[in-house]
Design a protein around this ligand. Structure first.
Ligand SMILES: Cc1ncc(COP(=O)(O)O)c(C=O)c1O
Length: 445
């Protein structure tokens, strides 16, 4: 793939939203990781998702370093695979020394096929099935994070004959409502996730009576796309109160506090870049002080970022296939939409975008980016300032790495996009475009 000397290129407008290796040449063409983005769409077609390996690795390192620097106990960063998981990404995450949270048998299967170290895998889920728990136990994963008492009963039955107990953590609903869209709040009292605080004793009784499992950690996840850090300090307090209660009433010593994920990232220029050091300092400090106050030993601090590891590394590319002028604005119809990115339809997520071959042209009009799917709600961006765009041009949407492809569907039987990983001028297809044959592969007739 063509790669121009970097001195001929400059950072893009709104650089904080694009992968770290993004630049724009004098002609206004977008480059990522040394690759000409529009040229990649010629080669692989659209819709196309690009991932910049350097940006993923940098996010992993920044997170690991920040938590190691700001906490004097041990720390572990587990990537939340629900944000995006495929074999290539899992291998990068493993290579960077992170752990992995899976939330289904399918995610566990991909992790195992990627050769992810099993001890570094944790399994989440509020409705784990018998088969999924069996699969996790057979794989020998590092921890199962139990969500509810029924799961605990199932796990006790499945592990009754084990000689070495399976480490488990308890997910607690800490009764803290974080400031984000209601659909991605998870720590409030009425959340479907996690044990209510008043069920902690019942869980502890069941755990104490079970020889096949060993309670090692407590977990809380407040929600996603959070910018306010204060609720995390409150969540640590709730978790440590629970740890102290387990010690005092049941003689159980908790070794690990898991503060979940949720670190917000900017999708548009009015949102701030994440300050990972500030998150690490707040969590580290809350844990040290909280343990001291309760006479608890220093515990391992675990976090589970998904979005803040992968969102910025991904760029979605679409072709503008048609337009619809209205008196006050124009729709640009693209060849993707809610099938590959349901976030705007699901929870009003906002994005920006640019023309991949005219990054430096002055903006001239306000457009709405309409997806191709048969839903009026399939509008990817409602008010985007762009140069006067033409049919056939390539639209690039930054910050498209998280909760897009992992939520993709084949609605309207439109095949899912190809995925390309970019690194230092090399582009590697890591997931081919879905074919019509794929669409009927499960049909029986
Ligand atoms: C239990 C748990 N941990 C971690 C995450 C990752 O959150 P984020 O991608 O916002 O960092 C999620 C996402 O919803 C989650 O449910």
């Amino acid at each position: 793939m063509e790669s121009l000397p970097s001195q001929n290129r400059n950072p893009p407008p709104n650089a904080g939203l694009w992968p770290l290796t993004t630049s724009v040449d004098h002609g206004g063409r977008l480059f990522i990781g040394g690759c000409d983005v529009a040229a990649l769409t010629q080669q692989y077609g659209t819709p196309l998702y690009l991932f910049d390996e350097m940006t993923i690795r940098a996010a992993c390192r920044a997170c690991r370093t920040a938590f190691a620097d700001h906490y004097r106990g041990t720390t572990a960063v587990h990537y939340a695979g629900k944000a995006l998981l495929n074999i290539a990404i899992a291998q990068i995450i493993a290579d960077e020394g992170l752990g992995l949270d899976v939330v289904s048998g399918g995610e566990l299967y991909v992790a195992l096929r990627a050769g992810f170290p099993t001890q570094r895998i944790h399994m989440h889920g509020n409705a784990k099935t018998h088969a999924e728990l069996e699969q996790a136990l057979a794989a020998g994963i590092g921890q199962i994070i139990v969500d509810n008492l029924d799961e605990l009963d199932m796990l006790r039955r499945l592990t009754a004959h084990r000689s070495s107990p399976q480490p488990v953590a308890l997910r607690i609903a800490p009764n803290i409502a974080a400031d984000t869209h209601a659909h991605i709040q998870t720590g409030h009292a009425t959340s479907k996730f996690g044990l209510p605080l008043d069920a902690l004793d019942a869980a502890a009784e069941k755990l104490c009576a079970a020889s096949g499992v060993r309670l090692t950690g407590l977990h809380a996840h407040l929600g996603s796309q959070l910018f306010d850090r204060a609720p995390y300090a409150a969540a640590v307090e709730v978790l440590l109160d629970s740890a102290a209660r387990l010690r005092d009433r049941f003689g159980v010593l908790i070794e690990e506090i898991n503060a979940g994920g949720g670190i917000g990232v900017p999708y548009t220029t009015d949102q701030p870049l994440p300050d990972i050091d500030a998150w690490a300092a707040l969590l580290g400090d809350s844990l040290v002080r909280g343990c001291e106050r309760r006479g608890l030993p220093l515990m391992r601090l675990v976090i589970e970022p998904g979005r803040s590891i992968i969102a910025r590394a991904g760029v979605a590319l679409y072709t503008i296939v048609a337009t619809k002028p209205l008196p006050h604005m124009r729709f640009l119809h693209i060849d993707g939409g809610m099938g590959d990115n349901i976030r705007p339809a699901l929870y009003d997520a906002r994005y920006t975008a640019a023309l991949a071959e005219r990054m430096r042209d002055p903006v001239e009009e306000c457009v709405a980016i309409a997806g191709r799917y048969c839903e009026s709600g399939d509008v990817l961006i409602r008010d985007l300032m762009l140069p006067r765009a033409r049919v056939g041009e390539i639209l690039a949407v930054p910050v498209a790495g998280a909760y897009t492809l992992s939520m993709a569907s084949t609605y309207n039987l439109a095949p899912r996009p190809a995925v390309v990983l970019i690194n230092e001028g090399e582009a590697r297809l890591i997931q081919r475009r879905e074919t019509y044959e794929d669409l009927i592969a499960r049909e029986v007739w």
